[in-house]
Design a protein around this ligand. Structure first.
Ligand SMILES: Nc1ncnc2c1ncn2[C@@H]1O[C@H](COP(=O)(O)OP(=O)(O)O)[C@@H](O)[C@H]1O
Ligand SMILES: Cc1ncc(COP(=O)(O)OP(=O)(O)O)c(N)n1
Length: 267
């Protein structure tokens, strides 16, 4: 029996590399039982997104209320929400159900450049959802958008932006440095308690990086209830993701930017 139920509230990626599909794979890889609330459908492949179809906000909440009135949930990963209305509804339901270990990946734009959150929803993300998060995991463009600043271009800039993101209300911020260049890919973790940690891994030379952010945030959600503190959950999640990137070229899911290898420890 798995001791932990982890739920993803996110969008569907038919190509299986990002979104709900990636989250469920990562939850399973970490020995937890994955559950999902679908907030939006996308038409998507390794080459990009051709359409987004949000689920009506009241039906997203119906999924949450139905699930949480039955199952005990030990952690939550929130990913693509699509609209301001869904963002506000999900934030309200997270608060009403008192969900623990809430990891918010503020998904806005896919690596292909396609928008996954309507531009007018950034305010709802900032004001309604981020204050309810135990940890947020923005990439550099998302951090810049949330702060209404230019993107950080080096580690010093990342450290300063991570601290400023804390002022938006989450308990912890993990600012991801995947979009910078250099031999190492460094992520910065800061907390309202004054904790500051940095996690570095050798940059893997592969074009198959579709879903790295989803996989990292869902791995952290799965590991939070299983580790003594957030920093050790982040360290183990990043080690898992780095190996998934190293083995990514073994998967053939299409001709574009492919997924990471979620089951590298088994196959
Ligand atoms: N080529 C790479 N090699 C190693 N780690 C990477 C690589 N690209 C991204 N990462 C790591 O993957 C995670 C997600 O990174 P990032 O690309 O910044 O976010 P997103 O996928 O949300 O755009 C981070 O831990 C980052 O350091
Ligand atoms: C349905 C869905 N959710 C999220 C993303 C973005 O995923 P991410 O991990 O940030 O990876 P990239 O798409 O940016 O490679 C998505 N594409 N689809």
């Amino acid at each position: 029996m798995s001791a932990y139920n982890i739920v993803s509230i996110a969008g569907s990626d038919p190509s299986g590399g990002a979104g709900i599909q990636a989250d469920l794979k990562a939850f399973s890889a970490h020995g937890t039982f994955g559950m999902s609330v679908i907030a939006a459908l996308t038409a998507q492949s390794t080459r990009g997104v051709t359409g987004v179809h949000p689920v009506p906000a009241d039906f997203v909440v119906r999924q949450m209320d139905t699930l949480f009135s039955d199952a005990t949930v030990h952690a939550v990963k929130v990913g693509m929400l699509g609209t301001a209305e869904i963002t506000e509804a999900v934030a309200e339901a997270i608060g009403r159900h008192g969900l623990p270990n809430v990891v918010v990946d503020p998904v806005m734009v896919a690596k292909s450049g396609d928008r996954l959150l309507e531009a007018s929803a950034t305010k709802a993300l900032r004001t309604a959802l981020l204050p309810r998060a135990d940890l947020i995991t923005p990439n550099l463009p998302e951090a810049a958008d949330l702060l209404e600043e230019d993107e950080a271009t080096d580690l010093e800039g990342m450290r300063a932006q991570a601290r400023r993101l804390l002022e938006l209300g989450p308990r912890r911020v993990l600012l991801k440095g995947g979009h910078l260049e250099g031999g190492e890919s460094v992520d910065v973790l800061v907390s309202r308690d004054g904790e500051h940690r940095e996690f570095s891994a050798p940059r893997v030379d592969t074009r198959n990086t579709h879903g790295t952010g989803c996989t990292l945030s869902s791995s952290i959600a799965a590991l939070l209830p299983q580790r003594p503190d957030a920093a050790s959950a982040v360290a183990d999640a990043k080690a898992y993701l780095t190996e998934a990137l190293r083995r990514a070229d073994e998967i053939d899911a299409g001709g574009g930017q492919g997924p990471v290898h979620h089951f590298h420890a088994w196959w």
